[in-house]
Write a protein that binds this ligand. Sequence first.
Ligand SMILES: C[S@@+](CC[C@H](N)C(=O)[O-])C[C@H]1O[C@@H](n2cnc3c(N)ncnc32)[C@H](O)[C@@H]1O
Length: 363
Amino acid sequence: MSVPHVDPALYDAQLQSKAERTQAQFSRFSPPALDVFASAKTHYRMRAEFRTWHEEDDLFYAMFEPGNNKQPIRIDQCPMVSARIESVMFDLLDAIRPVHELRHRLFQVDFLSTLSGELLVSLLYHRKIGDQWREAVAPLRDLFGIDIVGRSRKNKIILNRDFVTEQLLIGDKTYSYQQIENSFTQPNAEVCRKMIEWAVDVTRAEKQTDLIEFYCGNGNFTLPLAQNFRRVVATEISKTSVAAARKNIEDNGIANIDILRMPSEDLVQVLRGEKQTRKVEGLNLEACDFTTVFVDPPRSGLDDATVLQVQEYDRILYISCNPDTLEQNLETLVQTHRIERFALFDQFPYTEHRECGVYLVRR
Ligand SMILES: C[S@@+](CC[C@H](N)C(=O)[O-])C[C@H]1O[C@@H](n2cnc3c(N)ncnc32)[C@H](O)[C@@H]1O
């Protein structure tokens, strides 16, 4: 992970410039005014991954210039990560440094924290770890009040838990989300809250119809969106995320969501009647009245078949972490739909990354 230069004095101007670039990039699609959602200026990342560097007796967190992984740049402070992560990360390395069993061939440390201060730390090794490692690391769990996962090739040791439970206040309801180590979660929790509230707001009028969702992750948007629909059917490829989504639905007492573990491409074929699978048995998809589709794809955006499928629905909600693939997909989508709402969410301050939200309605 590259570590951006965090300078709160520059934040507002940088966000303004992101907004201007976004307006310019999408102006030919005639979107409405851009809603801009800012981030906190420091301590905004709830998860972060750091390479470690060994130099004789020294051990430190390191980052690298692109294309140069031989020349480490030492990280001695990190105002972009949550206050909880920053309060632990350097003291933790101080505790690991003198203990051979803990530092030998340690190459990465991952942190996953929550707004309420839970913290899970994963230590990644280029060697096999076992009982001796477990014994050596156990005191750190109590010292820092953290859960710990040790990972080496084909081996994972868990001290207490391999997940955190995030609580997000969306409107007037708090949703609880299990977030599992090493699976996708939105990094900036406060901006994530704003994205979900925006998504709930733009689909508010749609109560009597059904929602189809592609790329649902752990149900991050799915759970709060369900209040706006009669029924929700959502798909996700990752086994871990599907398990978390199902647990989150249960924990939050939501009864109108079905999660499918299936690549989006396969669900598209099922919906087009081109593929049959036992995974959809009992779901009675034919009885659904899918008027709205929600997509939150990876950086590669939507493949051609999914774009065509998405066009089948009257309303399209699209959250994108890559404006360039969003732009490509919109070339097709605006032929049948017009953009009604347009938003920029600053998930990644001080970087070039822009996260956009678009809500389209059939022309
Ligand atoms: C940008 S994340 C969004 C997840 C979720 N909406 C959230 O807010 O946390 C994209 C998700 O798409 C999933 N994914 C990637 N390729 C997929 C595919 N071909 N079919 C279904 N899901 C896929 C990833 O596992 C990941 O959970």
